[in-house]
Ligand binder design. Structure first.
Ligand SMILES: Cc1cc2nc3c(=O)[nH]c(=O)nc-3n(C[C@H](O)[C@H](O)[C@H](O)COP(=O)(O)OP(=O)(O)OC[C@H]3O[C@@H](n4cnc5c(N)ncnc54)[C@H](O)[C@@H]3O)c2cc1C
Length: 412
């Protein structure tokens, strides 16, 4: 069979599917539920564009960041549903104020809880982009849409994983499309799991809980007690509201993702997991903030801060755009690299990985994770449950104490 690149290295960016002039390439699931390009060879004209556009076959320019910041949106209400400091959403909001017909691209869950990229010029739509969907999102015809937007004079902001930004840049280069008006932001990336696993888990939950539809799905947010939780809101077949909230280590999908059991094979050898970046700006979590001395002191204990790396002049332009709406603290790049493993090397394979690959094609996701983890997830859930009860009780106690002090003060 004709192969564009080594299947284990294919990151599923979809550049080959987008560029094919005969539309004979389609990303389809293999036996592990991983989407890789399948080529209808009877339609193929051997033009070679798919090989040319593939970031695994060509070198993509990576740049050393010129500045590093800790950041947090000043809009606390909007930040609640963001993953960390709400910088992604702020970029969309300010970019859409530009006068050159701006279009922004991000990821939302569609009505079937499938993560998909979408291009829009409506601010309301970008609210659905907030928050990290820890799953590989469908690119569809995104690069073609971006190319058409650039050709017709629009400016475009793309926030995506580094391999997807590389896919887009390669696509535009091969198509010889001027990318002056394209602004790119890459996320620090731990890796992605295929959508297939998430869909299997949601189907299983639907059956067990008698759900008719899923209304909300999040992996983390800044809402109290919901950081790094698998959280689903649903409507049952009887029309009642239901919700499930699990600590990441108690949920099969989240556990597989975060522990490196069920990532895409290419993620374990990712060439973008380095301090040098492919996009104009990089955003992520600022892990280890405050551990190194800096010229600017942190005036407050910033909860869940975002990391911003500025990598190009266009990155500086983006920063200027959002500067007035975010708290920004100049930090040493080394501090970000020290804390952010995704800036050092690809995430490691779990010692359960090989077994997972053997078991999945026979048993499917839920049963495989069950066999691999035994009682571990249940134990983690109990451990978390107890911790959460204590945390809530301490919080309640503090609130009651505060109310008591305030009421006593006002009646004095
Ligand atoms: C798969 C994945 C792995 C990540 N791994 C790390 C990591 O190892 N270390 C780290 O520091 N940060 C990682 N991040 C980034 C982190 O989760 C936050 O997205 C980041 O801190 C920005 O938060 P925010 O509050 O500024 O963004 P928000 O305002 O919440 O905006 C989130 C942005 O992420 C985009 N997005 C959401 N899901 C996806 C997806 N599946 N594919 C592509 N884009 C998506 C949205 O379109 C939006 O632009 C990862 C994100 C994803 C999606």
């Amino acid at each position: 069979m004709f192969q564009i690149c080594d299947f284990d290295k294919c990151c599923g960016c979809g550049a080959c599917e987008n560029i094919c002039p005969k539309q004979c390439i389609e990303l389809q699931e293999n036996e592990h539920g991983v989407k890789i390009p399948f080529i209808n060879e009877s339609m193929c004209i051997n033009c070679g564009l798919c090989k040319q556009v593939c970031s695994q076959n060509s070198t993509v320019e990576l740049r050393e960041p010129t500045a590093c910041y800790a950041a947090r949106s000043k809009d606390d209400a909007q930040r609640l549903d963001s993953a960390s400091g709400g910088v992604g959403y702020m970029l969309y909001k300010e970019f859409l104020q530009r006068s050159d017909a701006p279009v922004v691209c991000g990821v939302k869950f569609n009505e079937s809880s499938v993560a998909v990229f979408k291009a829009t010029n409506e601010l309301d739509e970008t609210e659905k982009f907030r928050g990290s969907k820890y799953v590989q999102a469908e690119i569809g015809e995104l690069y073609t849409d971006i190319a058409n937007a650039l050709k017709t004079g629009h400016s475009v902001l793309l926030i995506a994983l580094p391999c997807q930004v590389a896919g887009c840049l390669n696509f535009l280069k091969v198509k010889k499309i001027d990318n002056q008006r394209l602004y790119t932001v890459d996320l620090l990336c731990h890796g992605v799991s295929p959508q297939r696993y998430l869909t299997e888990q949601l189907e299983d939950m639907k059956n067990k809980h008698d759900w008719k539809s899923i209304n909300l799905l999040t992996f983390r947010s800044n809402r109290r007690f919901r950081n790094f939780h698998f959280y689903v809101q649903a409507t049952t077949k009887k029309g009642k509201k239901d919700a499930v909230c699990r600590y990441f280590a108690g949920d099969p999908y989240f556990f597989g993702f975060l522990r490196g059991v069920s990532l895409r094979e290419s993620c374990y050898q990712c060439s973008f997991a380095t301090r040098k970046r492919v996009a104009d700006l990089t955003i992520g979590d600022f892990i280890g903030l405050g551990k190194m001395p800096s010229s600017t002191s942190l005036e407050e204990n910033i909860p869940n801060p975002s990391l911003i790396l500025c990598n190009t002049k266009k990155g500086e332009e983006l920063l200027k755009l959002i500067g007035k709406n975010i708290y920004l603290y100049d930090r040493p790049i080394e501090e970000a690299v020290e804390g952010g493993s995704s800036l050092q090397k690809p995430f490691g394979r779990s010692n359960l990985r090989n077994e997972f690959l053997k078991l999945y094609p026979i048993n499917g996701f839920i049963k495989t994770m069950d066999i691999l983890t035994g009682n571990l997830l249940k134990k983690n859930e109990i451990k978390f449950g107890v911790k959460a009860i204590v945390k809530k009780a301490v919080y309640k106690l503090h609130m009651e104490k505060l109310v008591f002090i305030l009421t006593n003060r006002s009646t004095r």
